[in-house]
Design a protein around this ligand. Structure first.
Ligand SMILES: [Zn+2]
Length: 342
């Protein structure tokens, strides 16, 4: 028996086993006391659990959530796209380009549950107005190692670390063709972006810990494209999205500041602004474990608020200048423990 045939039989078998597990034991994936009790979500689902949760969403949403890989990581792990809605306004969320910045990923699962599971009039209206596509955990190899980079130990990257891999969030440069992109997973996102053509892109990261001028901890930071050649209309839309993200997270008990980001065109925030989309960076602060559920919830609220504001048109009525009034980030708390430049 050839190897190819073995692989296809084995993948068909594993698909069957996943389905059998889904049908036989849906309760297995429900929150357990081990994860902290009712309503808690797993902040760091394993690669296998993430795939399981996405397939579960696909199955239980009866097709409202579509799940498919946009390709594979350097080590062959699927990079998942999950899509909900069929409306004309298109939103792309990215999570976990940096493997050690996990919390956008469980937030995405919660968003998909909120938007995709159920047939309330609100959900049906939302899904008729917007199409939300999420690249859930763009960097599965980095997640496995709990590090920032992808896995390319032989590479000598311009952006990244020799012996580890590329910094995916430096390889979205619009002048870099996906087929020439040395950072595999960034190339997958570039291709996906070109196919999907989103109006809005929001990229979820994590930063260190900071406090504001009054000493209160910053829970997150946001920023629009700052590259000088970004299309003014795209920057204006980006600022409107930034305001919605900040206000929704503040309303959920957050304390949101402006991220002091640079102008490099390889960063997703700048690259997709240069390509004409509203493009926003959301950074969640790496607060201690007891705050993680709240941080995930805030990230989910921002996803829901951006989708809702896009769907009902309220986002486009916001004064873009309001984004400039979001306060600066302030000083770090303790010693910086992570490379936290977006
Ligand atoms: Zn990051």
């Amino acid at each position: 028996m050839g190897k190819t045939r073995f692989v296809s039989v084995s993948s068909a078998l594993s698909a069957f086993l996943v389905l059998a597990a889904l049908l036989a034991a849906p309760a297995q994936a429900a929150p357990t006391s081990e994860q902290g009790g009712h309503g808690r979500v797993d902040p760091r689902p394993s690669t296998a659990k993430l795939a399981f949760e996405l397939q579960r969403l696909r199955l239980f949403s009866r097709g409202a959530v579509e799940v498919s890989p946009i390709g594979r990581s350097n080590e062959g792990r699927p990079v998942w796209s999950a899509r909900v809605g069929h409306g004309p306004l298109r939103i792309l969320y990215l999570t976990q380009q940096h493997g050690n910045e996990p919390l956008g990923t469980p937030a995405a699962l919660e968003f998909l549950r909120e938007a995709g599971l159920g047939h309330s009039p609100y959900q049906r209206w939302l899904r008729s107005r917007v199409t939300v596509d999420i690249v859930v955990r763009a960097n599965p190899d980095g997640h496995e190692r709990d590090w920032r980079y992808n896995y390319a130990p032989e590479a000598d990257p311009e952006f990244g670390e020799q012996g580890k891999g590329y910094d995916i969030n430096r390889y979205h440069n619009p002048e870099l063709a996906p087929e020439d992109n040395p950072a595999t997973e960034a190339g997958l996102i570039q291709r996906h972006y070109a196919e999907f053509r989103p109006d809005i892109v929001v990229d979820y990261h994590m930063q260190g810990r900071y406090r504001d001028d009054e000493g209160k901890e910053i829970t997150g930071s946001v920023k629009w494209p700052t590259h000088p050649e970004a299309d003014p209309a795209a920057v204006s839309l980006s600022k409107q999205v930034t305001v919605v993200a900040a206000e929704s997270m503040n309303a959920a008990g957050g304390n949101i500041s402006q991220y002091p980001g640079g102008n490099y065109q390889g960063i997703a925030r700048n690259a997709y602004g240069l390509r004409g989309s509203g493009s926003v960076l959301v950074e969640l602060s790496a607060m201690p474990a007891e705050h993680e559920q709240a941080q995930i919830r805030r990230a989910t609220f921002a996803m829901l608020a951006i989708a809702r504001g896009t769907a009902n048109g309220s986002l486009r009525k916001i004064d873009p200048a309001a984004a400039e009034k979001i306060p600066p980030r302030g000083d770090p708390i303790g010693r910086a423990t992570r490379a936290d430049s977006a």
